[in-house]
Design a protein around this ligand. Structure first.
Ligand SMILES: Cc1cc2nc3c(=O)[nH]c(=O)nc-3n(C[C@H](O)[C@H](O)[C@H](O)COP(=O)(O)OP(=O)(O)OC[C@H]3O[C@@H](n4cnc5c(N)ncnc54)[C@H](O)[C@@H]3O)c2cc1C
Length: 455
């Protein structure tokens, strides 16, 4: 063990690990292109006081800290940097309280998203943000990236549900930000600032979340299309119809075939692009909305569409959507994009993605939270074609530039991390980037919280 770490190891005991094999497993997230280093140690705090001790030690010894949840991030945000300690919150995974009267939950950061959703359901309550990584990703990580998900098209993203946080900040102070009440406007909204700050402002050690009553049963509409632009037009038609679907997801042929190859579901037999729409409007209103969704699909040129009469079957289609990323990873390295464009520009963005694929001679799979305009073009590089990596990297940057040109943003939900730093600078410009730096300098004067990420 590094001599300098010994005092911290003595205080933290088994919460501090320096075994190189274990450190290797905590050195990076799921982002393929993002660089990473071997950390000098891993701390798995059992409580906020251990996190506090770690921060004080790192400030005193000028050691950078990288916060980590489950490491499912797709931007390199949790990647270890040179000489850093990774602080992984997996051992702080208690749901402290679910309060049905106040409709709030208080959780430790290491709670897995799906575990919280299951626990809420037992009280007739619902925590909406549902990233496709919900079976693995943690609430702390979701807060770090302001995660979105399938039902965010209607119910908003993580930030819309975070009322308050406890965090270790500055030179080692434990603070409570935000509130537990339904309303409150006291002071700057520092809670909102922390959500999506990607570990650059402090370590989040507790989160108070707003809950909703449990969601009504959903009705599903399924539509197949010949190509991405016509599916994009169908998504725009849904927005224009005034219906707020509780999910509107797109999978292209490449995604369908990857899931078929793995799970043999026969998804690609009906068409090239699949749109999955859902409404959770209760009773008769749900039937009316499902009919409107179907009409939007038909009028936009769907080659086959129907209202699902069997919700188990419909659930299997949404489960297939969640399987796309792991299914593609079986085929090769997956470079993930995360641009978001105005919803009226989805069809044009899809056409531009096709042009980029042709220009760089690569195949780009596309999956999207299309109701939000949030597209995930995925470049799959088979393991025996690693020479396509540089071409693919350039293609991803081109896609980012197209998104900005269309009035979009470089990241809809995965965060800036290491992969979107150029894009962020281009999107916001030098003055706004300096505002980011000023905030970082003010709140992290020792520059130890995830330095070198985001900007
Ligand atoms: C198959 C798959 C599907 C995905 N689908 C979605 C999706 O639908 N929507 C979506 O938004 N994302 C999605 N993602 C990306 C990823 O799951 C999210 O970004 C998620 O929020 C990361 O959670 P995590 O616990 O893995 O955090 P990590 O990856 O470990 O960390 C993410 C960021 O948060 C910071 N952080 C973590 N914990 C803390 C803490 N306690 N205090 C301060 N900072 C912290 C880290 O430093 C890092 O910057 C997907 C990823 C995969 C692999």
């Amino acid at each position: 063990m590094n001599e300098a770490l010994k005092p911290l190891a003595q205080t933290l005991g088994t919460s501090l690990v320096t075994d190189p094999d274990i450190l290797r497993a905590y050195a990076h997230d799921e982002a393929v292109l993002a660089p990473f280093e071997q950390p000098i140690a891993l701390v798995r705090p059992k409580n906020a006081d251990e996190a506090l001790t770690t921060v004080k030690f790192c400030v005193a010894n000028n050691i950078p800290l990288v916060a980590r949840g489950a490491g499912t991030g797709l931007s390199g945000g949790a990647n270890a940097t040179k000489g850093c300690i990774v602080v992984c919150f997996e051992a702080m995974n208690k749901i402290i309280k679910i309060d049905p009267d106040e409709r709030i939950a208080i959780v430790q950061p290491g709670v897995v998203n799906d575990d919280l959703r299951d626990a809420c359901a037992e009280h007739g309550l619902w925590y909406p943000p549902d990233p496709a990584s919900a079976p693995w990703s943690t609430i702390g990580g979701n807060v770090g990236t302001n995660a979105g998900g399938l039902c965010c098209v209607k119910y908003g993203v993580t930030r819309d549900y975070v009322l308050g946080i406890e965090a270790i900040v500055g030179k080692g102070e434990k603070v409570k930000l935000g509130r537990r009440t339904a309303k409150g406007v006291a002071g700057y909204d520092l809670t909102a600032l922390f959500v999506g700050s990607e570990g650059t402002l402090g370590l989040v050690t507790e989160i108070t979340l707003r809950l909703r009553p449990i969601q009504s049963a959903e009705k599903t509409v399924v539509g197949y299309f010949d190509d991405l632009p016509s599916a994009g037009r169908a998504a725009a038609a849904v927005t224009a119809s005034g219906v707020s679907p509780s999910a509107l997801e797109l999978l292209d042929r490449y995604c369908l075939k990857a899931v078929d190859k793995w799970k043999n579901m026969g998804l690609a037999d009906e068409g090239n692009v699949l749109l999955l729409a859902r409404t959770d409007a209760p009773g008769e209103q749900g039937d009316i909305e499902a009919d409107i969704l179907l009409d939007c699909f038909e009028k936009s040129g769907s080659v086959w569409c129907a209202r699902s009469s069997n919700e188990t079957e419909a659930e299997a289609l949404f489960a297939a959507r969640r399987l796309v990323f792991p299914a593609l990873k079986l085929l090769g390295s997956v470079l993930t994009e995360d641009i978001c464009v105005p919803r009226t520009k989805v069809a044009e963005m899809c056409a531009r993605i096709n042009e980029v694929a042709a220009a760089y001679d690569i195949y780009i799979a596309c999956i999207a939270h299309v109701g939000d305009g949030n597209l995930h073009p995925l470049i799959v590089i088979p393991h025996d074609e690693e020479e396509a990596m540089d071409r693919s990297r350039e293609a991803l940057e081109q896609i980012v530039d197209h998104a900005i040109e269309l009035g979009g943003t470089v990241t809809g939900e995965h965060g800036v991390g290491l992969l979107k730093m150029r894009g962020l600078a281009k999107e916001v410009g030098p003055v706004v980037l300096d505002m980011h730096r000023s905030i970082k300098n003010a709140l992290d004067p020792a520059n130890i919280f995830n330095p070198g990420k985001v900007f």
